[in-house]
Design a protein around this ligand. Sequence first.
Ligand code: OXD
Ligand code: MN
Length: 585
Amino acid sequence: MFRNKEAVKWVEEMVSLCKPDHVVWCDGSEEERQRLTAEAASTGEVLELNQDALPGCVYHRTAQNDVARTEHLTFICSRKEEDAGPTNNWMDPKEAYSKVGEMFDGCMKGRTMYVIPFVMGTPGSPFRKIGIELSDSIYVVLNMRIMTRMGKVAADDLGENEEFTKCLHSKGELDIDRRYILHFPEDNTIWSYGSGYGGNVLLGKKCLSLRIASYMGMQEGWMAEHMLIVGIESPDGEITYIAAAFPSACGKTNLAMLIPPESMPGYRIWTVGDDIAWIRIGPDGRLWAVNPEAGFFGVAPGTSMKTNPNAMLTARKNSIFTNVLLTPDGNVWWEGMDVPPPVEAVDWKGDPWTPQSGEKGSHPNARFTAPASQCPVISPEWENPQGVPLSAILFGGRRAKLAPLVYESFNWQHGTFVGATMASETTAAATGAVGVVRRDPMAMLPFCGYDMSRYFRHWLEMEEKIANPPKIFNVNWFKRDDDGSFLWPGYGDNLRAIDWIIRRCKGEADAVETPIGYVPTKESLNLNGLEISDRALGKLLEVDHDAWMLELESMQKFFDQFGYNLPEEFIDEQQALRTRLGHWG
Ligand code: OXD
Ligand code: MN
């Protein structure tokens, strides 16, 4: 299957390092899936679920210390420390290869190494990237099979000469003290040791398609972003594409598959991607976005037939469920599934569980891995090698206070500043405290593969190359009232804010100019059929002068770490915001 000499040579080198008992070259066939599933089932690595209820589905539990991305163990190993920037962990590549090389040495004795060629993007597209992951985990192979175009198709696409990303993974001992996720941008190489959690080990996803690709994009003049992509069809049949960056577990999958409220007849949603966008300038001077992935790795808890029926339907077959609750009849359940819990079951840790036990049955970061092609509203354009043209880019996060429901930035530079000053309450997708506000520029803080101040400059420099830039907006579905309750219903009703955005792009919706940007007038939002008090709406659209003054100080603290490397444009934007607030207050 493999003609690529470079690939064969590299695999041989890694085999002599890791010393597996066997090496299996994956072809991505159905026969292979069945064989590997049976093998993993025989060792307990996966469990076959009830094949009547969930055909082709399997279940997996990770180690209890290995349930989320471990940002403190994730490193950018650029040759120069300053190229990793102040927001990334850095390790000298020589030290990294030697220290973690010792861990890889002999780590696959008694195990099999799977060679997984994969394509991120549509095979044959000039914009796709090819990687080869070597892993000692069948769970990884089965996930990569869903999340990427994997096997023969990738080996064929690679052909003889092309560059590919060298991805090496071993579960190692699953010991958190011997866990490292290393990126070598200058060598187009990723090493992941000691974890079995998706974000750390499905190396095509965060590691290649964001960290390594963001570095490639900076060099090659395109952008790799932590964004969903969705097409919104309005009642006149026109489809407008938008991309939206929200931090992990803030509802990208829900927005990408949104069901329009009944009171908005004629609208349809077309999913292109739920997590990653690769964005380039098209011949028409617009930005065009592709989803490099082939599947969804979605957060299960909170996903239900009410909140995201399309995700539930997508994951009904040929899917993998990780760290959810397992019912006695081989089915799955999680908190927020909106069906009664089983009377007794086995929880994500493998312990007996009852609804009375007071413990969560599934881990808050439990996941489903499901093929994008099974999504009932997958866009007919989702595999278009050229991507889809973007009319708007949205930034957003979880903010109980401050950020209004939606506002539009004044221009590209201001929009870049809005993205760069994004903040959000932390979630269970990464280890560490949950619910703490942290700055997360463009939702890329954990995923930018190089110095973030250079990344900001890359965004700013794109401006003059984009003849027809999309408009940039900020949204916040999570604003709370003084008693802690959410002011906005969220989910399907988020289409009302999106609808305003689309009409703004067409110059058809009213707004008030405020110091932070254009905020909708109450009348300009389509609120047909929505019960919301005038007071709540007022709070949702409010721009609180004093709170924004404090926000300026907090932005400053975040920016301070970049020192003189912070783009001057951001200092200008901060000053301009301060002046506008001064005139307004
Ligand atoms: C993800 C994440 O899994 O952002 O998409 O953690
Ligand atoms: Mn993500």
